[in-house]
Design a protein around this ligand. Structure first.
Ligand SMILES: [Zn+2]
Length: 318
């Protein structure tokens, strides 16, 4: 049995539609927001407005990639999904080690105990207060994907624990994995680790890898079965879109169009028109996809990135 677990319940993979594989709708509290106030997204009304506009532009689904204790607000995600009709997938797991202090339970519990806590968010319900206890209160929403994260050019001790726990939880529940890489580094190392922990790389999406737009590196990762998450369109501070278009073209020419998903990663208020910034959630469909078409990337390849690959990469397989 294969299904997608959204915050409003399970759906069939065919119901997903065009999917923004990695984005953010609400961030209140957590280590990232404390480190950088631009990462605070506290307006449910803005998110509803953005998701209504996203639906009108052609998006069908979005994964909110705030994991445990990174400002995740599951009940607000339910409200946004109900009001907008967008399929919203919430995640469990962890961000990078720098966002959890040494006294956090993730640095103290056994890996098996952490894996159980992750698995319970997939099988029973997301803990409303991010396991900040002492009482466990679960949402009716279950998580649909497991996140872990790696540092720039290295993997910190907490991150290694989170990778092992995430892999164990994936094996227990059949849930897929979607990661954070820092500037696209450590992709090959993560593939080696998930293999070591018994997870098929096909069940893993490596996030933000387009921030290291080295075609050979991307081919090597995709050849091992992982899907690559590209979420850099419009982010001229990293690369102009032309760099990403060339990367995607190269990947499609090498036959790897089954290994790419696209996302907005609008984690900053300054990236949302609703907060007074730009371009927001519709840039990919309204600007980047037409540019891919003009560059000669086929509709078939683009549809795989937007529709087909997410069906597979977000499926819970039992
Ligand atoms: Zn993100």
């Amino acid at each position: 049995m294969e299904y997608i677990q959204t915050v409003l319940g399970s759906i069939r993979p065919e119901e997903l539609g065009a999917t923004d594989y990695h984005d953010h709708l609400i961030t209140i509290g957590g280590g990232e927001e404390k480190a950088d106030r631009d990462l605070r997204l506290d307006r449910v009304d803005y998110a509803i407005d953005a998701m209504r506009a996203a639906k009108a532009a052609g998006w069908g689904a979005l994964a909110d990639m705030n994991p445990i204790d990174c400002g995740r607000q599951v009940e607000m995600l339910r409200e946004i999904a109900e009001a907008s009709g967008m399929h919203i997938i919430s995640c469990t797991g962890f961000q990078r080690g720098i966002y959890y202090d040494a006294e956090h339970w993730v640095n103290k519990y056994e890996v098996d105990e952490i894996a159980r806590l992750i698995a319970d968010e997939i099988e029973i319900g997301i803990e409303i207060n991010n396991y900040n206890g002492p009482i466990v209160k679960r949402s009716a929403a279950r998580a649909g994907v497991i996140k872990f994260a790696t540092h720039y050019n290295c993997i910190r001790p907490m991150e290694l624990r989170a990778i092992e726990a995430g892999c164990k939880a994936s094996l227990m529940t059949g849930a897929p994995i979607s990661t954070h890489t820092e500037r696209g580094t450590m992709g090959l190392e993560v593939i080696g680790l998930v293999r070591k922990f018994g997870v098929d790389p096909k069940r893993v999406t490596l996030g933000h890898v387009d921030r290291n737009p080295d075609l050979e590196y991307h081919k090597r990762m995709a050849a091992q079965g992982v899907t690559l998450g590209y979420d850099g369109p419009s982010r001229a501070k990293y690369w102009p879109d032309s760099v990403l278009i060339e990367l995607i073209k190269g990947m499609c020419e090498a036959g790897y169009e089954d290994h790419i998903m696209l996302g907005g990663d609008n984690g900053r208020a300054s990236m949302w028109p609703q907060y007074g910034g730009g371009y927001g959630h519709n840039y990919i469909l309204e600007v980047f996809v037409p540019r891919m078409r003009e560059a000669g990337i086929s509709r078939e390849c683009i549809d795989k990135m937007l529709y087909e690959n997410p069906k597979r990469q977000f499926s819970i397989v039992k």
